[in-house]
Write a protein that binds this ligand. Structure first.
Ligand code: PLP
Length: 365
């Protein structure tokens, strides 16, 4: 976490035990802190304070958007084929549809036009993808949705975005926006759903009626204070961080590409986040790559999941048109606000060594 986040959280964790909904002075103090954090988060995301619903993270925010709208309005939900599982599984649970993407991971607007209709109540397309970093034209998509299905709400999962993109501007036309603190230097287990333009939904969690009845439960105040601080620092340092981290990422990729044959950068032609790169290595299994890199202190993600003993390829890569074996030859490397030149050089060197070793073993088999 960013040091400013710890500074905002620790005093509250150490001595703040007030529940913001109580009536005594400790509660009033907690309520004032919660109001202040809500105002800060709202203004940084381009929303009104009353439009921010604090949640337990991105997963809950996505579920609340998709299932909460469906529970109130019925109708059909539509999402892109490359959404995070928090959206895809929610859409599947209410028998919704997925819209294809092109080979760079960008939503096919013609296909979106085709599936739209008066029965659509919600469309969900992420601002930036968590596996390959592709940025979607959500402003344009919001317009298409509002034109073709005037009663439908547009949701964007912006979980990957706030540290790298101006969410307030890019998602200005979205009715619902999900964010999560741990993707911007904040704590895990806290996030928010912006519910804008008078959008209405039913809560997933019922109880004490907190968050204007949209999410019951005692708020995670320390987490919320941490998220507000993280969003504040991430926003005020964003342009400098993006420039620095993008240069580091490009340096790492160049090092890997010059050290190895048979490497492809996924989604290279798309507009992408500055901190994510997804690489595919011919003749290499990502599962083995992840394990060997881990031994060298480099933590990467394969984007695939293991179900019943067999590696299931990433649904994102499959939706982009890659074969199973291509999809299972890739890893995502993500950089953070505190990544250094020494880090990327070490990661690049480790990758080259490990890929060479795996290919050598394969040839020897
Ligand atoms: N959406 C995206 C795009 C993500 O990358 C993630 C987490 O990785 C989530 C949703 C889920 O957020 P959380 O981990 O806060 O539940």
């Amino acid at each position: 976490m960013r040091p400013e986040v710890l500074e905002a959280m620790v005093p509250h964790l150490a001595r703040g035990y007030g529940n913001p909904t109580g009536a005594h002075s400790e509660s009033r103090r907690a309520a004032a802190l919660l109001d202040e954090a809500r105002e800060q988060v709202a203004s940084l995301l381009g929303a009104e304070p009353g439009e921010v619903v604090f949640t337990s993270g991105g997963t809950e925010a996505d579920n609340l958007a998709v299932k909460g709208v469906h529970a109130l309005k019925g109708g059909r939900a539509v999402c892109s084929a490359v959404e995070h599982q928090a959206v895809t599984a929610s859409v599947v649970s209410i028998q919704g549809d997925a819209v294809p993407v092109d080979s760079e991971g960008v939503v096919d607007l013609n296909a979106l036009n085709t599936v739209m209709g008066p029965d659509v109540s919600l469309v969900s397309v992420m601002l930036a993808n968590n596996e390959v970093g592709t940025i979607q034209p959500v402003g344009q998509i919001a317009k298409v949705v509002h034109e073709l299905a005037p009663g439908a709400l547009f949701h964007t999962d912006a979980v990957q975005a706030p540290a790298w993109l101006d969410v307030a501007e890019l998602a200005a036309d979205a009715d619902l926006v999900s964010v999560s603190a741990h993707k911007m230097g904040g704590p895990q287990g806290v996030g928010a759903l912006v519910v804008r333009n008078g959008a209405e939904l039913l809560p997933l969690l019922e109880g004490g009626g907190q968050e204007r009845g949209r999410r019951s439960g005692t708020p995670n105040l320390a987490g919320i204070l941490g998220m507000a601080a993280a969003l504040q620092v991430a926003t005020s340092t964003r342009s400098e961080t993006v420039e620095r981290v993008k240069a580091l990422r490009d340096r790492m990729v160049e090092g890997i590409l010059s050290g190895l044959e048979g490497v492809e950068e996924t989604g290279r032609g798309a507009d992408r986040l500055a901190n994510i790169v997804h690489l595919r290595f011919q003749g290499v299994e990502s599962e083995e790559l992840v394990a060997l890199l881990d031994e060298k202190g480099v933590c990467v993600s394969a984007g695939a999941s293991c179900s019943s003993g067999a590696m299931e390829p990433s649904h994102v890569l499959m939706a982009m048109g890659f074969t199973r074996s291509e999809a299972n030859s890739g890893v995502r490397l993500s950089l953070g606000w505190n990544t250094t030149e020494a880090d990327v050089d070490a990661a690049g060197e480790a990758l080259v060594t490990v890929v060479e070793r795996l290919r050598h073993v394969r040839v020897g088999r």
